[in-house]
Design a protein around this ligand. Structure first.
Ligand SMILES: Cc1cc2nc3c(=O)[nH]c(=O)nc-3n(C[C@H](O)[C@H](O)[C@H](O)COP(=O)(O)O)c2cc1C
Length: 332
């Protein structure tokens, strides 16, 4: 079994974490990942305090294993965050602070409530800022990933963050979907991985079945970084674009963002309707390039086990067989 120091720190069996994904999270998905020995996460963005409590209670009904609560700091609701602190989750999973925001106060309050703190960063300076503010784990997120991402690819970003924040453990995110990805992340110096897109195509994911199928059908080449989903939602994300499926909705507004700003209300109403109806051409679908590695809709717990087993098999069988012994000297 692959076991890294972050497993002990977070009290998990496998170094595999679920990204908090706002309305794309569900208590069933969170609990399934934690039950299987990974770290589940509950997206708290947009939730009222009552909803935060309700979902945490629903998750705890399904598992007594640790899970995280995810907050987007640039847009955090103080009352919902205060409610989450009272619930004392094992982990507070933060991301996307404004440059002028004081991370330390959020981290200190979380530590006082007995939580471990993770912070997701898409750039080295942001990772260092979080490390200095007292984060226990840094998530280095590359731009291959789904949802809001920065500009650096995982391959250079992860070892750069590892070097910059060590000995604080790093989890790698953005483009990881299987055991090969876990082994690659370990080789880059991370202690595990955090995944979003892979778990969106799980049985427990709350996405409409058509959206899950669109991930399975994707060859990974049909995503695009764009500001269009945020313009439609009327939000300004600090330092990120959204990686989502390049569908009719994105293509209609690309290059005409000014027009979208003027017609936002109409566009957002259409988006919401399309999402509910499972219209994959008109509804937004945040997903990473690793969609091209996803070929089934499986139970989330089974995915954790599958990734851990595949990685172990690579480490114990495929990689050692590549190491050549010292060649025997042939006597003259
Ligand atoms: C639909 C969707 C919603 C997301 N929402 C959040 C969020 O609310 N908070 C957060 O920290 N990360 C969020 N993320 C990013 C994930 O935590 C994670 O970094 C990313 O999915 C990793 O890349 P991958 O999709 O290739 O696995 C979201 C990702 C997706 C696909």
């Amino acid at each position: 079994m692959i076991h890294t120091p972050v497993c002990d720190l977070l009290d998990i069996e496998h170094p595999i974490a679920l990204g908090g994904m706002g309305s794309a999270s569900s208590p069933a998905m969170t609990a399934a990942v934690s039950r299987a020995g990974g770290l589940g996460a509950m997206g708290c963005h947009y939730l009222t305090p009552a909803q935060v409590r309700e979902r945490a209670v629903a998750t705890r009904k399904e598992t007594n294993k640790p899970f995280g609560m995810n907050f987007l700091l640039f847009d955090v609701r103080e009352d919902s965050f205060a409610e989450a602190l009272q619930l004392r989750p094992a982990v507070m999973q933060f991301a996307w602070a404004r440059p002028d925001q004081d991370l330390k106060s959020f981290f200190d309050r979380s530590h006082e409530a007995g939580c471990k703190v993770t912070y997701m960063a898409g750039q080295v300076p942001e990772a260092v800022r979080a490390a200095k503010a007292g984060a226990d784990v840094i998530i280095a997120q590359g731009s291959e990933g789904g949802g809001h991402v920065g500009w650096m690819g995982s391959m250079p970003l992860i070892p750069m963050v590892v070097d910059a924040v060590g000995p604080i453990p790093v989890l790698a995110a953005g483009g990881f979907a299987d055991g090969r990805g876990l082994v690659a992340a370990l080789a880059l110096g991370a202690q595990g991985i955090l995944l979003g897109t892979r778990f969106l195509a799980s049985i427990e994911s709350p996405l409409h079945p058509n959206f899950k199928q669109a991930i399975v059908d994707s060859d990974g080449h049909d995503t695009q970084l764009s500001e269009i989903p945020d313009i439609a939602a009327g939000q300004v994300w600090p330092g990120a674009m959204t990686r989502s499926r390049r569908n009719r909705f994105i293509e209609r507004w690309a290059g005409r963002e000014w027009h979208l700003r003027q017609n936002r209300a109409e566009a957002i109403a259409q988006l919401r309707a399309a999402r509910e109806m499972g219209d994959v051409d008109e509804g937004p679908l945040s997903m990473g390039q690793d969609a091209g590695l996803i070929h089934d809709i499986a139970p989330a717990g089974e995915l954790v086990t599958r990734i851990a087993q595949e990685a172990e098999q690579i480490l114990t069988q495929r990689l050692p067989s590549m190491l050549q012994r010292e060649p025997q000297r042939v006597r003259a």
